[in-house]
Each structure stands twice: as C-alpha cells, then as structure tokens.
Write a protein that binds this ligand. Structure first.
Ligand SMILES: Nc1nc2c(ncn2[C@@H]2O[C@H](COP(=O)(O)OP(=O)(O)OP(=O)(O)O)[C@@H](O)[C@H]2O)c(=O)[nH]1
Length: 221
C-alpha cells in the first residue's frame, strides 16, 4: 500500500556538499492543477518517491511533504495534489495558499490542453498578479501514437500565459519530473528573494527615480 502522506528527506550534507544559507526558511508551497487523468498524482508520487505507480485510489486532495537541495540550499516543500473533482472554493483557497503552480495537461487529451488557459486565468485573478511562478507540464510524451497536442502548441501556450514549459513522460523517467519541479522551485525562490545583482539593479533604478522626483519637486518650488 502506498502512503499518501510521505516525508522523504534529501536535504543536509548529501554528497559532502556544504549547504549554503537558505533564502527561504518557510516551505515552498506548490499546487498541481490540471484536467482529469492527466497524471497529476503520478507526477507527485514520481517526484517524491522516484517511482511510477500506475493506478491510485485517490478521491480527495493530498499534500506531500519532502525536501530537496536546490542550488546547494535545503528547501522544504509542500505539494498539494488537487483532483479534478475539487470544488471551486477549495480550488481558490489552494491557489491563495500556493507560491507556485504546476499546470498539467496530457498530450493525448486535447481537452486537458484547452482547459489550461482558464486555470491560469483563475490563478492570475486569485493572486492578483501576472507574474505567478508557473510551469506548464505536457505529460504522457511516451504515448506518441495517441498525441493530440503538438510540442509547438504547448510551447506557444506557455509563452502566451507567461509560464515555463516542459514536455515529459512521468511514466518513463523521474529525471524530467525532478527538473520540472526544481525549475518551479527556482522561480518561486527567485521571486521571493531576488538574486543580489537583480536587487542592486532595482535599488539603482529606485535611487534614480527618487533623484528625479526630488529634482522635479525642487524646480516646482
Ligand atoms: N502512458 C502514460 N500514462 C501515464 C503517465 N502519467 C500518468 N499516466 C497514467 O494516467 C492515468 C491517470 O494518472 P493520475 O496520476 O491518476 O492522473 P490525475 O491527473 O491525478 O487524475 P485525477 O484523479 O483525474 O485528477 C493513470 O492510469 C496513470 O498510470 C505517463 O507519463 N504515461
């Protein structure tokens, strides 16, 4: 039997690496959203356990907890796996809770692809932001014979919706799943705590604007 609530620890001084100071002590909160049977649970389980388990007896939302080393920082993760049956209220509160999103569709189900823009709109509206860390995941790439959505369509949609894009097969390998989730974590961390050079750029812009404002006020007086 598979345990729905897992804790897998990969943090610490794995491989003798020195873990640097954390940019973020709070867990990074991720929600997985998408249409029915797109492989959301399979993706969560693959990420947490590295295993692909074909069928799941799951009727409600499940939160997985684990940790990872991301760029030599230990990061705690909470991943909420939504079902396609989740109520609108629960969907909205989950979106409010999350820091980042994995939007999953299946390349063999065009309908799941067509549902993505609506979900992204709901995320943007609920978060009241157009820069919400999001990775669009095109799953089931192993089922080429049943493909209904091209890679180019996926890439274009991701660009239109301001998301990163990954086409992968949860069934085939855990490497691409790991890469997709880590990409999302980096997007979240970078948004929460911009890199020093980006921060100093922002400060330069702010100082320049302040100087301009002071000068224009001085001229008015
Ligand atoms: N061939 C293939 N099958 C996959 C892949 N990922 C998931 N599946 C299968 O797709 C089916 C649905 O997977 P789930 O993970 O239960 O999908 P879900 O999105 O969580 O489903 P809901 O409960 O409807 O929300 C299962 O039979 C999985 O084994 C994949 O990459 N390739």
């Amino acid at each position: 039997m598979f345990f729905l609530l897992c804790r897998v620890s990969h943090a610490g001084t794995e491989s003798g690496l020195v873990v640097g100071p954390r940019r973020n002590m709070a867990p990074v909160k991720v929600v997985i959203l998408g249409g029915q049977n797109t492989g959301k649970t399979a993706l969560c389980v693959r990420f947490v356990t590295k295993r692909f388990i074909g069928e799941y007896d799951r009727k409600k939302e499940v939160t997985y907890r684990c940790s990872r080393l991301v760029d030599q920082e230990a990061v705690e993760l909470e991943i909420l796996d939504m079902t396609h049956k989740s109520s609108a209220a629960s969907l909205e509160s989950s979106i409010r809770w999350a820091d980042g999103f994995l939007l999953v569709y299946s390349i063999t189900q065009r309908l799941s692809f067509l549902e993505v823009p609506q979900l992204k709109k709901l995320i943007d509206q609920t978060k009241q932001s157009l820069v919400v860390p999001t990775v669009l995941v095109a799953n089931k790439a192993d089922l080429e014979i049943g493909r209904e959505v091209t890679t180019e369509e996926g890439q274009k949609l991701a660009k239109d919706l301001r998301c990163s894009f990954r086409e992968l097969s949860v069934a085939e390998t855990s490497v691409s799943v790991e890469a997709a989730v880590l990409q999302l974590i980096r997007l979240v961390l970078d948004q929460q705590h911009p890199l020093p050079d980006r921060r100093s750029y922002m400060l330069t812009v702010r100082h320049a604007l302040t100087r301009k404002l002071i000068r224009s006020k001085t001229m008015q007086w």
